[in-house]
Design a binder for this molecule. Structure first.
Ligand SMILES: Nc1nc2c(c(=O)[nH]1)N[C@H]1C(S)=C(S)[C@@H](COP(=O)(O)OP(=O)(O)OC[C@H]3O[C@@H](n4cnc5c(=O)[nH]c(N)nc54)[C@H](O)[C@@H]3O)O[C@H]1N2
Ligand SMILES: Nc1nc2c(c(=O)[nH]1)N[C@H]1C(S)=C(S)[C@@H](COP(=O)(O)OP(=O)(O)OC[C@H]3O[C@@H](n4cnc5c(=O)[nH]c(N)nc54)[C@H](O)[C@@H]3O)O[C@H]1N2
Ligand SMILES: [Mo]
Length: 812
């Protein structure tokens, strides 16, 4: 049994394996100081909720409290492994500053209240607005972090009972582009590949995906392949010198916002060298000729200066991709939150299609999710999507849903595409949307252009309901705050990025009067007295299990088919991939293995959109383009970003994550090991830029864009020149507003035309020295933020790891 420093050695010891072998087990565990394994009263089944990887684990319970975690050896996702957030993040549940009672605004301040008073305020306001203005006065903004049962209930209430079109999730900031790119290429959302493809691939290409920090256990799987016989070759496309970049055979560090140009050059080389599967293209796709025409304009010689990468590197990357026998591609925020997001993500789908790399072991594309339950937000329809990946523009699909819910079809709004969040903000800003109910997301830190967001959320005429486990920056603007139970305190299911469904069971009681989100939504529905066509209470279900049974029926026959699953079945198997139905009782590893897609005109989730204007295609246009429901190759022209660098703002600013924190840190800052590993804001800058500006490691700097400024200590590191990186984790709940530290003070109100995902990764910025530092910045040294020329830890060892609390490695 090995002992590992869970912070300093985030990926733990190697368990090497070869192509086609199964990934060995390594069980990681961590128990609070002084707790012995034999003292644990119960181990309760769940999966990780601080990323999208879906690591299966058990919570240790002692005396009614969570006291530790242990990875599940039998889980298909992690085979026992846990990452730093999995190991330590659970401590937030027990934090003394959890919300324990509802709060209501009185005389300008938030005061403790009762559930009756708080819910009556919400119900009274809802009814008043419905009477005065109709359903469009109400908006719902939810999460990628609740359970499927909760989203399905919220979708039924908002789209069904109330009939508002204004429903979205923070998945808009996260995986809207993943979903849109899958709809564009395959007619429907749904992850084609599987994590097990890592076991077979000979080339793994990561596009704007810092997997080492954001899905650290998946990175362990890749590291174990790299340490074994016949290792795969990696391609990394990222402007920073990430841990992934350092392990890659080819690293392309493009200037932010130039992904489409780069992809077109790569595809140009693939076509030019005829590394193309003509038979697959002929049988399974439409649109190849357009692609050939488009990429003809993007020879590497033209693209190299646009992206700031060398011609040779583009050719090397293309050759690696072109010669691969089993090519696995992954995509994440470096594409989704950058300029031309959908167009860029679709080019990765094109790459996989022209190479015929779908549906076989080791081949495919993972248009990744970020949040643990983002998949469920989309499939249940708690965002802009219609429940069960149904098509808003297809009346028959809306009718199906009306039948399922036993509601009048006219009640489910489908006069226009559903309102995306950035548009909802606009409606709140101009006063047509008068109530916004925010659940499990913290927009006052996570949305772009925070000064504008604050002014919208603080308006008197907007009635703001915030449902959270903590008193967040957003809660401070609320009229009513509803205290929520969290993971570990409620039961439900959720689905990770590779379609793996896990059950998460209640282990302990929530603190004080906090209640599960499911109970809160149902309480609202009953107090509103929603009824179906037969006059029965709506929603017709009553608890998470009956909600799951109802959701199964809604999903049956759709791509995300859950009809073969149940809470009971998920108690006996650690993770099952949908579709799971009578034909596939053990789930489905890969989609599209038979070359058939969910793209038939009468079945598809979407008819697609123009990737430049965002205009939806008409059903007749779709029918003409793709009558047989094949995969769609869609070419895209590169367009320069709207906010280019100038003399005043000469840098390209990007933002993102570190391995030790999750988002706005409501959980990870309350776990001492994680907080100590990355306690303060920093800015990453290249050695050359730092030298030119007279900035040294640890100096206090000011970073500015036309929207605002932040203060951060410099980390001089391997980021490419002319680019700055800020982590977006640091808000204000544990610091004063005058600290100017949230990265989103700087980001623009701008979004991708097709997916409507905000651009968090392309802005022009300036940086200047404020004050010399008295030592290095407190940024982690184990990861992409490592100072120039630091070796990243990687250890050899044994297959069971007991994790210790040492915090030595991270900032040594
Ligand atoms: N530790 C940790 N893990 C997480 C999370 C977390 O907060 N912390 N959040 C989860 C969630 S919700 C998400 S969405 C995922 C996100 O996971 P990732 O997408 O992997 O994380 P990011 O840091 O947002 O961005 C990834 C990389 O994009 C690069 N990048 C920026 N601009 C560009 C560009 O224009 N082109 C290219 N090619 N690359 C660019 C950045 O340098 C960065 O390294 O992580 C999930 N996992
Ligand atoms: N600049 C910049 N901004 C970004 C990004 C970026 O890369 N750069 N990334 C974007 C992305 S991908 C994402 S996903 C978003 C994330 O942005 P947010 O969703 O705003 O971030 P979180 O901190 O995860 O907020 C989740 C909230 O839910 C609460 N919560 C946790 N569990 C529960 C529960 O069970 N019930 C309830 N009711 N509440 C709960 C937490 O306390 C927390 O306040 O940020 C986006 N913003
Ligand atoms: Mo995300």
């Amino acid at each position: 049994m090995a002992v590992r420093d869970g912070i300093g050695q985030p990926w733990g010891s190697r368990t090497p394996y070869g192509a086609g072998q199964s990934w060995p087990v390594r069980v990681d565990s961590y128990l609070a100081d002084g707790v012995q394994p034999e003292e644990v009263d119960a181990w309760v089944r769940t999966a990780a909720v601080l990323h999208s990887n879906g690591d299966g684990l058990d919570m240790a319970v002692k005396d009614g409290r969570i006291v530790g975690v242990r990875g599940r050896a039998d889980d298909r996702v992690n085979r026992g492994r846990l990452d730093p957030k999995d190991l330590f993040g659970w401590q937030a549940n027990d934090s003394p500053d959890r919300l324990t009672t509802p709060l209501v605004r009185k005389d300008g301040g938030l005061v403790e209240s009762t559930w009756d008073e708080a819910m009556n305020l919400v119900v009274t306001r809802s009814k008043q607005l419905l009477n005065e203005q109709g359903p469009s006065a109400l908006g719902f903004y939810t999460s990628g972090q609740l359970f499927a049962e909760e989203y399905y209930t919220l979708a039924a209430i908002a789209h069904g009972a109330i009939g508002t079109n204004h429903v979205d999730g923070n998945t808009r900031l996260c995986t809207a582009t993943a979903a849109e790119s899958l709809k564009q290429s395959f007619g429907c959302d749904g992850q084609p590949a599987s994590y097990s493809d890592v076991d077979h691939a000979d080339v793994i290409a990561l596009f704007g995906h810092n997997v080492a920090e954001t899905q650290a256990v998946l990175w362990s799987r890749i590291l174990d392949r790299l340490a074994g016989p016949n290792p795969p070759a990696l391609l990394c496309v990222d402007p920073r010198d990430t841990v992934v970049a350092r392990a890659s055979a080819v690293h392309l560090a493009p200037l932010p916002g130039t992904n489409v140009a780069l992809m077109n050059a790569i595809l140009h080389e693939i076509v030019e060298n005829d590394w193309v599967d003509h038979e697959y293209i002929e049988q399974c796709t439409v649109g190849y000729d357009d692609l050939v025409q488009q990429v003809a304009d993007y020879p590497p010689g033209r693209v190299a200066p646009i992206c700031g990468v060398s011609i040779g590197d583009i050719r090397d990357a293309a050759e690696l991709l072109g010669q691969a026998q089993r090519l696995l591609c992954t995509v994440l925020q470096g594409f989704y939150q950058s300029h031309q997001a959908t167009a860029a993500a679709v080019q990765v789908n094109n790459l996989v299609l022209v190479r015929g790399m779908l549906g076989k072991p080791g081949a495919g594309v993972l248009q990744m999710n970020g949040q643990p339950t983002a998949e469920n937000t989309r499939e249940c329809g708690a965002d802009g999507d219609l429940t069960g990946f149904r098509n808003w523009a297809n009346d028959a699909h809306v009718a199906e849903l009306a039948t399922l819910w036993n509601l009048d079809q006219a009640q489910i709004p489908h006069y226009a595409p559903p309102t995306h969040l950035m548009q909802m903000l606009r409606y709140a800003e101009n006063g047509t949307m008068r109530m916004l109910w925010v659940s499990a997301t913290n927009p006052a830190v996570s949305l772009p252009e925070l000064s504008r967001v604050r002014s919208i959320l603080s308006q008197d005429r907007l009635f703001l309901v915030v449902q959270d486990a903590f008193r967040t920056e957003t809660a401070e603007f609320a009229d009513v705050v509803l205290p929520a139970a969290m993971w570990g305190e409620k039961t439900g299911t959720f689905t990770n990025a590779d379609r793996t469904v896990h059950l998460s069971e209640k282990a302990v009681d929530p603190p004080g009067q906090a209640r599960p989100d499911f109970d809160i939504f149902m309480d609202y529905a009953r107090r509103m007295d929603f009824r179906d066509k037969d006059g029965e209470p709506f929603p017709q279900w009553t608890d998470p299990e009956s909600a799951f049974e109802a959701w199964k029926m809604a999903s049956a026959g759709r791509p995300c088919d859950y009809s073969g699953l149940s809470h009971e079945k998920l108690r006996s198997v650690s993770g099952i991939q949908w579709p799971c139905n009578a034909d596939n009782p053990d789930g489905t590893e890969r989609l599209y293995a038979d070359g058939k897609f969910f793209a038939q005109p009468d079945y598809c989730e979407s008819y697609g959109r123009d990737m430049v204007t965002g205009a939806p295609l008409e059903p007749t246009e779709y029918q003409a383009m793709n009558p047989d429901g094949k995969a769609m190759i869609k070419a895209a022209e590169y367009l320069p970003a709207h906010e280019p660098a100038t003399d005043e703002f000469p840098f390209m600013l990007i933002t993102g994550r570190t391995i030790y924190h999750f988002h706005t840190r409501t959980k990870t800052a309350r776990a001492p090991q994680l907080n100590d590993a990355a306690p303060a804001m920093w800015v990453e800058i290249s050695a050359m830029d730092a030298k030119l500006l007279g900035i040294a490691e640890g100096d206090l700097t000011e970073v500015r864009t036309p929207r605002g400024k932040v203060h951060a200590r410099a980390r001089v590191c391997g980021i490419r020149e002319h680019v700055l990186f800020l982590p977006f984790h640091y808000g204000y709940w544990d610091a004063g507003q005058d600290e100017h530290r949230a990265a989103n003070e700087l980001t623009p109100t701008e979004w991708d035309p097709a997916s409507k995902q905000p651009l968090f990764k392309t802005a022009a910025a300036a940086i200047s020295l404020v004050k010399a530092g008295d030592g290095p910045s407190l940024a982690p040294t184990t990861t992409a933020s490592a100072p120039v020329a630091t070796e990243v830890p990687d250890t050899e060892g044994d297959a069971t790891t007991v994790v210790t609390e040492q915090q030595t490695g991270a900032r040594r």
